[in-house]
Design a protein around this ligand. Structure first.
Ligand code: BF8
Ligand code: SF4
Length: 631
């Protein structure tokens, strides 16, 4: 199988091959064939009597685990635990921001501020915190405490859920018993019911997983709100992508992981430490680039280039020009410190995410600038050890428009209709210029050619006049292929979509159409897209499950993508995945996710690894919704 269609990845993979460096792709091949029980979800290790495995063909092998759990129960339990893993990750990210806000409110985090007062007030009003007569610090403290309360057991529905979904969605969740008691409580509930001897009804387990995933949505919404308050709501910004954004004459530092709490301070300090870098021989100072979602957070707010994605993170080290990678948590390969023969300093910063072989500088909000300087000093020292003979920066750079938060999208629409910004979007959906909207999310997965599905799907859908919103590695992928540009719209968008994007781009003074894919942020920012869908549904007086809106994670890899996909279904969206998850061992689970879910929630999974067939099925799902609305 071809490993990647991304030219910079291809060039670095050739270098890896000729120099004998192992990458994720080599380690994947060493795993083949992967275990059939694991691939189909039919292996259980939830108690010490296991592992138990069910014969996928049902012929002669075991049909039950030792405790009596059957294939449906084992598959459902495995899936629910993946959702819990994803939810725990996003929720930890959200809690981290709430703690930062709390420290700010107590005067313990002097490097932080309320950067976006308008969003701060809007969120306070939405969650019902009375603003009159209170100081900023008091309000920030109240908001942080309310946010932290969301995670434990609550008597009422989580505030960030109830205040952000349509009334119809909330009623559906209540009717089905899917309102989480708390976001961490949802994770604990899944861990409990999936242990030996608790829930042994596959459908009930899946409902528990969906309830947990609704908590995942809630935590992600909260994370985006607090990030915008602390660091600013993104506005449109031109940036660049690919490994070619590394510079020969600069100290190259990648910020990698997911949380902007540290990377924001690094952005500020990198500018202030320019002279130190120049004194070390780096004429262009410090060049910050991003990898994964931390990178996208600073791309959205500061136009910092995105160098590469999760799957190809080792390739950034292979350029020989990356002096340091500062990592926080999630999607960071433990192999990074062991890319043989390179000088890159891998710096871990979080107490829960240390990596053997890396240098640990524990980050604390109380000493944020000091810690950022310490980290950048290590990077400058590493630069001095760079071996010029090993430097091969692939000459690949693409422009990319980023920063399209929901607020930014509404502002662009307001240029066309200031009184009623959503109306132009609705009009163009009604008249068919826009056939529907698709949210592209999720990872690169080593099991499929890197970026191939992303690129084929986005071109296919744009040609069918589908407007794309994108986040996470999907946004990174499009950026690296030049698809977040006016030129891509000119080349690939269907006539209706092109006309709308041209009108909007001209109104925004871009001198060309808006990109056919709007970069909406990091993975936690998937809720930005959900908020646009909710606003549209509320304006039309319908539910999200009736709108021609779909989602896809064509190259999903991580548990976080599983939890996001599940809440997208819970929100009522037909949700495509291109890598088959480990559920095929249970026809009941497959049917529940791809068919029964539609009756219960409106949303359902579409599993289709072939890009052409996937486009056809996604367009069909949009047309079904259009027909339902009489369009
Ligand atoms: O949270 S898309 S590989 S980087 S999990 Fe990870 Fe997947 Fe990328 Fe961001 Ni999201
Ligand atoms: Fe086996 Fe049941 Fe234990 Fe799972 S929980 S390992 S199926 S005995």
């Amino acid at each position: 199988m071809e490993r990647s269609i991304s030219l910079d990845s291809i060039l670095m993979l050739e270098k890896a091959k000729t120099t004998g460096v192992n990458t994720a792709w080599d380690r994947y091949e060493a795993q083949l064939p992967q275990c059939g029980f694991g691939e189909t979800g039919l292996c259980c290790r939830h108690c010490l009597q296991g592992p138990c495995r069910i014969d996928p063909f049902g012929a002669t092998g075991p049909k039950f685990g030792i405790c009596g759990a059957n294939a449906d129960v084992i598959v459902a339990r495995g899936l629910a635990r993946s959702i819990a893993g994803g939810t725990a990750s996003h929720s930890a990210h959200a809690k981290h921001l709430a703690h930062t806000l709390l420290k700010f409110s107590r005067g313990q985090a002097p490097d932080y501020a309320i950067k976006d007062e308008a969003k701060f007030f809007a969120v306070l009003d939405r969650v019902g915190i009375e603003r009159d007569g209170k100081s900023t610090a008091e309000l920030a403290g109240e908001l942080a405490k309310l946010a932290l309360d969301e995670f434990s057991e609550r008597e009422e529905a989580p505030v960030w859920l109830e205040t952000t979904v349509t009334p119809g969605r909330m009623a559906t969740f209540e009717k089905l018993g899917l309102v989480p008691d708390g976001l961490d409580a949802g994770v604990a509930d899944v861990m409990h019911r999936t242990t030996n001897g608790v829930d042994a009804d596959a459908i009930n387990i899946l409902l528990g997983g969906i309830k947990c995933a609704i908590g995942d949505y809630t935590g992600m919404y909260l994370a985006t709100d607090l990030s915008d308050i602390l660091f600013g709501t993104p506005t449109p910004v031109m940036a660049q992508a690919n490994l070619g954004t590394l510079k020969e004459n600069a100290v190259n530092v990648a910020v990698h992981g997911h949380n902007p709490v540290l990377s924001e301070v690094i952005v500020a300090q990198a500018e202030l430490m320019r002279e130190e870098a120049v004194a070390a021989g780096a004429a262009e100072g410090i060049n910050l680039v991003g990898i994964c979602c931390t990178g996208l957070e600073v791309m959205m707010r500061h136009g910092i280039p995105t160098a590469t994605n999760s799957l190809s993170q080792e390739l950034a080290v292979l350029t020989g020009a990356l002096d340091a990678a500062v990592v926080d948590y999630q999607c960071i390969m433990p192999s990074l410190p062991f890319v043989d023969g390179y000088h890159t300093e891998i710096i871990t910063t979080m107490p829960i995410a240390k990596i053997t072989g890396a240098t640990h500088v524990e980050f604390k909000e109380e000493q944020a600038s000091e810690k950022a300087r310490e980290i950048l000093t290590l990077a400058i020292e590493a630069f001095k050890k760079r071996d010029p003979d090993k430097v091969d920066i692939p000459p690949v750079v693409n422009d990319a428009l980023a920063g399209l938060s929901a607020e930014a999208i509404v502002k662009v629409l307001a240029l066309v209709n200031p009184e009623d910004p959503l109306q132009p979007l609705i009009d163009n959906i009604v008249n068919g210029n826009i056939r529907g909207v698709c949210l592209f999310a999720g990872c690169n997965d080593v099991k499929v050619t890197q970026d191939k599905m992303f690129v084929e799907l986005v071109k296919g859908l744009a040609a069918e006049n589908v407007l794309i919103l994108c986040t996470g590695c999907a946004a990174g992928s499009f950026a690296r292929h030049g698809l977040l540009t006016s030129a891509a719209t000119e080349k690939y968008a269907g006539p209706g979509l092109k006309a709308v994007l041209t009108a909007l781009g001209q109104a925004a003074g871009l001198g060309g159409p808006l990109p056919m894919a709007l970069h909406t942020g990091s993975c936690v920012d998937n809720t930005r897209a959900a908020s646009v869908a909710t606003a549209l549904a509320n304006k039309l007086g319908v539910d999200v499950s009736q709108l021609p809106v779909i989602a896809t994670a064509p190259e999903a890899a991580m548990e976080k993508a599983v939890s996001i996909g599940t809440w997208a279904v819970a929100m009522g969206l037909p949700t495509h995945v291109g890598v088959v998850p480990p559920v095929t061992g249970s026809p009941l689970v497959v049917k529940t996710l791809t068919e029964t879910a539609k009756d219960l929630l409106g949303g359902y999974f579409i599993v289709e690894p072939d890009p052409k067939a996937a486009v056809a099925r996604m367009v069909e799902a949009l047309d079904e919704r259009r027909a339902g609305l009489g369009l």
